[in-house]
Design a protein around this ligand. Structure first.
Ligand code: C2O
Length: 474
């Protein structure tokens, strides 16, 4: 096993990912940040150099951090944030494989650009011989204002809890924008280039899709090219052929795609699920595109391929509960149940905030939770929303949603079996759960006005966040 070292310099600069110039954040001058790749078993070292005027942290989303919970990157919980102009080193062993990402876990900064892919390869991956090359696709929504401005607008009584909705979406940090929608005086160039991917006819590609959005669920597809799902967030699955892949915030999938179509160009599409938007800018084009061009095709024209539609295909969108794990597992019975009620309520200033069991979370900047625990503190302020779970329990987290929006919930340090999902009402029915062959993942969608049951084994001591991954609310 080897040590892989990455230096990540976080800085602010002016850039125009979609032709609209704004102040944003970069990692090593890049957006998205550099691809981090390790093999299962490697030690990963991240030297973070904070050149922002503000503090920051880096969270490696989906990494278990077994034995190193203090490197999970959550300010106020697992560390003090890295001050402006200081450096901090994360060092941990990666004893897992799959598709992950890293992002700032501080002040919603990832929405301004501190994101990148983290891939852990497994030399014993059961699908290794079934593809020739890998492609990483980062999807995200994109705002033309910085996230501080958006949050300041959101956290007022006037917003009435209506989230800011994006101006655009990006594939690997690129898209074009119609500048007629940009405010006067902005620096905007229409027709900025789209992301381009090359297929060699006859080859098979493992495409790793990561949704790094603040607010947007996408449906991903490539015209004329079916996809076989093989991985969900580190869990290998049995192959399942689909045409359109719904992917919520912070979720990841791997699919295998065969380049067996005529040499030419095809659209890669990421459609925003705008039905989840409370409002929508007139200038938003909710269909985000990139170009897949076969090698050997010389035309400079755009693709003229058409999108998958219901009439062309038998199975359309993926229902993730239909995915089956590659390896059969025995799912233990739960011996500890924790019910978490998700609601939105006005705070003392009248701003609408997310609540769990009627308490909204505030970061304690004076002392991270992990330090309190080392000092044997066992009771926490109610606004710390802390739950203490013994080691080696089989825990059912029962999430109930009284909000009319869906919420992608992420648990740090673990994967959980999604044993049940309900779309109607907040009374989960244990008769409807699947304890035979559910998949394990680290981010699952809690439906609007519905419920999920997430079962996990508490075998990784530490302080672990569990939260909705929508970043433009609070
Ligand atoms: Cu993607 Cu709490 O993290």
């Amino acid at each position: 096993d080897t040590k892989k070292v990455y230096n990540l310099t976080i800085a602010q600069e002016s850039k125009a990912p979609d032709g609209f110039t704004r102040n944003m954040f970069t990692v090593n001058g890049q957006f998205p940040g550099p691809l981090i790749e390790v093999n299962k078993g490697d030690t990963l070292v991240l030297n973070v150099i904070n050149n922002l005027d503000d503090n920051t942290t880096i969270h490696t989303h989906g990494m278990f951090q077994r034995g190193t919970p203090w490197y999970d990157g959550v300010p106020g919980q697992t560390q003090c944030a890295i001050p402006s102009k200081k450096t901090f080193t994360y060092e941990f062993q990666v004893n897992q494989s799959g598709t992950y990402w890293y992002h700032s876990h501080s002040q919603a900064q990832y929405v301004d650009g501190i994101v990148g892919a983290l891939i852990a390869h497994d030399p014993a991956d059961p699908y290794l011989k079934e593809y020739d090359e890998e492609i990483v696709v980062l999807l995200q929504d994109w705002y033309h204002q910085d996230v501080k401005t958006l949050l300041a607008q959101f956290l007022t009584p006037a917003s009435n809890g209506t989230e800011p909705t994006p101006d655009n979406g990006l594939i690997n940090g690129m898209n074009s924008y119609n500048c007629s929608g940009a405010p006067d005086g902005s620096n905007c160039v229409s027709n900025a280039p789209l992301a381009n991917f090359t297929f060699v006819q006859g080859k098979k590609y493992r495409i790793r899709i990561i949704n790094t959005s603040a607010f947007t669920e996408f449906i991903f597809s490539i015209d004329d090219h079916p996809m076989d799902v093989i991985e969900v967030e580190g869990t290998m699955t049995q192959r399942q052929t689909i045409h359109r892949l719904p992917i919520n915030i912070a979720q990841r999938y791997s699919v295998i795609v065969t380049a067996d179509k005529p040499i030419g160009k095809y659209w890669m599409r990421a459609e925003m699920e705008t039905a989840c938007f409370a409002n929508q800018s007139d200038t938003l084009n909710p269909l985000v595109k990139a170009i897949v061009g076969y090698s050997g095709y010389s035309g400079s024209d755009n693709p003229n391929s058409t999108a998958w539609t219901d009439s062309q295909v038998t199975c359309i969108d993926l229902n993730s509960s239909s995915l089956k794990p590659y390896q059969t597992q025995t799912i233990p019975d739960a011996n500890y149940k924790l019910t978490l009620n998700v609601s939105f309520q006005p705070d003392a200033n009248g701003a609408i905030r997310g609540n769990i069991n009627n308490s909204t979370y505030y970061i304690d900047f004076t002392s991270p939770t992990i330090l309190k625990v080392y000092n044997n503190v066992t009771t926490f302020a109610s606004n710390q929303n802390a739950y203490i779970i013994d080691k080696d329990e089989v825990v059912d987290i029962i999430l109930l949603n009284t909000d009319n929006g869906e919420h992608p919930f992420h648990l740090h340090g673990h994967v959980f079996w999604v044993i049940g999902t309900g779309y109607n009402g907040t009374s989960p029915d244990y008769n409807l759960v699947n304890t035979k062959d559910p998949i394990q993942r680290d981010t699952a969608t809690l439906p609007a006005g519905g419920w999920i049951i997430a079962r996990f084994v508490s075998n990784n001591p530490g302080i672990w966040a569990m939260h909705c991954h929508i970043e433009v609310i609070s």
